[in-house]
Design a protein around this ligand. Structure first.
Ligand code: MTE
Ligand code: MO
Length: 234
């Protein structure tokens, strides 16, 4: 993902309208950025309010799933972290009763479901894939997470970080995805697992997850810190 494309506001505010609202001309970069940031936060609130727990992303027949899935990160696939099952432990933190770290074997033994859904990257490509794993909701219940908390945050082996609101974490299609196209998640796609959220843009789907935490403080996101919208629903 490059920074060449600036985040866009949905909802049709023209540049002219923004100029009026900002009370300044567009060469006044800082105040324009401030106004855009404020609109972006307002946009997040509206999107969160509209998001229904029961609104499902479209699912497709298995045959539509692309086998040779496109890779993306801010670095090339050869630099993707190599985690191994001997050393890997998923760390748990925050408002969770049982913070025992999880091995890959333990994770992969959890009950699993599959989904064929569309992944939409903010850079302008999308692709249908098949992911299988355990619903994040059942994992959160199993570890005694406080699901009245507001957010769930993720940390990744490559330094990436993301977070989602609790309704999204509890959404039936939000998975800890262990497989892509029925194969154990290949290394560059996020081994040992990625959080697959078909109701969110691609960048809200963290790969190589090493820690999950439950919190009332909105977690930062790698691309949100670089100007993209935090909620980023699709
Ligand atoms: N840890 C980590 N997760 C990440 C990213 C990343 O760079 N690091 N990139 C995000 C972006 S922008 C996209 S589009 C998808 C790409 O996932 P894929 O390689 O499975 O297609 O991963 C998301 N999750
Ligand atoms: Mo992306």
């Amino acid at each position: 993902m490059t920074l060449a494309r600036r985040p866009m506001l949905r909802g049709g505010l023209s540049l002219g309208a923004l100029t009026l609202l900002a009370g300044c001309d567009l060469s006044d970069h800082d105040s324009v950025q401030r106004v855009l940031a404020r609109f972006s936060q307002w946009n997040d609130k509206v999107q969160a309010a509209i998001f229904g727990r029961s609104r499902l992303a479209p699912e497709f027949p298995d045959a539509m799933a692309v086998k040779d899935f496109r890779y993306n990160a801010w670095y090339g696939p050869e630099k993707a972290p190599r985690l191994n099952s001997a050393d890997y432990r998923l760390q748990l933190a925050g408002r969770i009763d049982n913070k025992r770290p999880w091995t890959i074997d333990d994770l992969y033994a959890l009950p699993q479901v599959s989904q064929v859904t569309r992944h939409v990257c903010v850079e302008g490509w999308s692709m249908i894939g098949k992911w299988s794993g355990t619903p994040l909701r059942s994992f959160l219940e199993r570890i005694g997470a406080d699901t009245t908390a507001r957010y769930v945050g993720f940390e990744c082996a490559d330094g990436y970080y993301e977070g989602i609101d609790m309704p999204t974490a509890l959404h039936p299609q939000t998975l800890m995805a262990f497989r892509l196209s029925d194969e154990i998640l290949p290394q560059k796609y996020g081994y040992p697992f990625k959080i697959r959220i078909p109701t969110k843009l691609g960048f809200k789907n963290p790969k190589f997850v090493t820690a999950i935490y439950v919190t009332d403080k909105q977690p930062r996101g790698y691309w949100t810190d670089r100007g993209y919208n935090w909620f980023s629903g699709i």
